[in-house]
Design a protein around this ligand. Sequence first.
Ligand SMILES: Cc1ncc(C[n+]2csc(CCOP(=O)(O)OP(=O)(O)O)c2C)c(N)n1
Ligand code: SF4
Ligand SMILES: [Mg+2]
Length: 351
Amino acid sequence: MTYIAKPALHHPTLTKNKVGYTRRDYEGRISTLCAGCGHDSISAAIIQACWELDIAPHRVAKMSGIGCSSKTPDYFLSASHGLNSVHGRMPSCLTGASLANRELLYLGVSGDGDSASIGLGQFAHAMRRGVPMVYIVENNGVYGLTKGQFSPTADKGSQSKKGAMNIDSAVDLVSLALQLGASYVARGFSGDKAQLVPLIKGAMRHGGAAFIDVISPCVAFNNHAGSTRSYDHVREHNQALNRIDFIDLAPEAKAEPGAGELLSLPQADGSLLHLRKLHAAHDPTSRLAAMTTIQTLQQQGELPTGLLYVDAQARNLHQQLKMVPGALNALDEAALCPGGAQLERINAALR
Ligand SMILES: Cc1ncc(C[n+]2csc(CCOP(=O)(O)OP(=O)(O)O)c2C)c(N)n1
Ligand code: SF4
Ligand SMILES: [Mg+2]
């Protein structure tokens, strides 16, 4: 992977967060993506979310597949654990790592080609099993790395840079994630950091399968008239359903109600999501309502964004499998070898 290292020097007066790190500690190498690529804005949003949530970088495991989007974990959280896997295989690698050590925060970064083409089966099973992770797809409607072929998320009828028409139906990842059982489903836009950072923070505190589809224009191959993933098209058709004011459970935390209805949704870790409704008909606590709103707006050519659905009570993979608390490599001999009597009981149950 090509990269340019950043100078390691930090100014001593840089502000530190509650766990003693500066914002620079959450950065990575200098990006080699095209200037203006939406993916770089998403990396910046991830850096901001982790710094503001006081997550120690070494408590994060960032994993990806192959693509311009999958290169981005190199450009943030350089002190975190990381794996750049095979094309489309991030979810299974992440699932295995999570089962071995549930104490880390797992961040999966993928592309629309990586997750909706070769990795569609992997995406589906991570969602339906409730793998506790933040799954971000940097969705530009093309295979950016291999020079702009339509990806499966490209809208039917959208045009390529050279004028070809996409004749295939689009895979809508948020609708799929909802149907498959993801318990936190959101859509953001790389050009709206004010909306995106709280969506990522909410996902990081969720504790279950949290999926965020981030529309992220490819300036090299999909930012022209006739594309439905260009900056201009997305700005014109972006329908924000709500705004999150994410608030940790801290004594000084206060919600700031403004225009619209304010919903307070408790998360698994005891924190609260404060959600301001911008679309009267949308109820983010109902899976069916979320599907209906998304389909209705998308049929009108609009792009619903915001927190589309959340189920804070959902059980994740570790709870379903009754996994022991903590990392498996921390289990002592007594836990790993419970003795002959226990073995006899297990064998008897199998006879
Ligand atoms: C097994 C395999 N098949 C195909 C490729 C070629 N390939 C590399 S990246 C890519 C698609 C990337 O598209 P996407 O995931 O949307 O990422 P983007 O570059 O658009 O961010 C493909 C098909 C590969 N590297 N490995
Ligand atoms: S080719 Fe597209 S997706 Fe890849 S870095 Fe350039 S703008 Fe971004
Ligand atoms: Mg892509």
